[in-house]
Design a protein around this ligand. Structure first.
Ligand code: HEC
Ligand code: HEC
Ligand code: HEC
Length: 97
């Protein structure tokens, strides 16, 4: 609620959130999710200066989210090639047993 004490306070979903008892579970539907055999972390991507918009589209102007940008392997590889980041298999996959 840190952000939503001030932002979009009239939005019905935000009102619902505000009315919830502290500590209760929020229904969370994943929109972006890579399979569990893929390693992904936001940290290094943020450090590399990539904006949220690059991978998630213009979320700031949406009230309901959809997957607008693909996160399949081709999408990862294309940007890695463009930005001269590694495209070695083991970067994103654990090749151990
Ligand atoms: C390089 C691409 C990339 C960038 C940049 C990026 N994300 Fe993500 N984001 C992803 C991927 C891929 C996933 C899925 C991760 C997973 O399944 O573990 C994800 C997942 C998420 C999720 C969970 C989504 C869900 O459906 O539950 C949130 C929230 C999120 N990102 C917010 C952000 C924010 C905020 C920023 C900017 C500060 C950002 N992301 C920047 C690629 C990116
Ligand atoms: C828009 C560009 C872009 C996209 C899309 C992108 N990456 Fe990256 N990624 C980078 C850059 C740039 C780096 C190098 C960061 C550095 O080391 O300075 C990086 C680094 C990484 C690393 C090594 C750093 C770490 O976090 O351990 C992994 C793993 C990785 N990316 C996984 C993925 C996966 C998986 C996807 C797709 C779901 C993806 N990336 C999509 C730009 C991108
Ligand atoms: C930058 C990250 C990244 C790198 C590097 C990468 N992959 Fe992937 N890979 C992914 C992601 C993300 C997926 C999941 C694709 C999806 O959800 O559509 C995936 C999926 C796969 C799959 C499953 C495909 C399927 O249809 O079930 C195989 C096999 C695979 N990768 C092999 C490789 C091999 C071999 C290499 C090295 C040549 C490699 N990957 C390099 C990110 C990466």
């Amino acid at each position: 609620m840190v952000c939503h004490q001030a932002i979009a306070t009239d939005n019905p979903a935000v009102r619902e959130l505000a009315a919830m008892a502290p500590g209760s579970r929020i229904r969370w539907e994943r929109v972006y999710q890579v399979p569990d055999y893929v390693f992904f972390s936001h940290g290094e991507h943020s450090k590399a200066g990539l904006d949220c918009v690059t991978c998630h589209g213009p979320v700031a102007s949406r009230t309901v989210l959809d997957q607008e940008i693909s996160t399949n392997m081709v999408a990862c590889m294309n940007c890695h090639a463009e930005r001269k980041a590694s495209v070695e298999c083991f970067l994103c996959h654990d090749l151990g047993q």
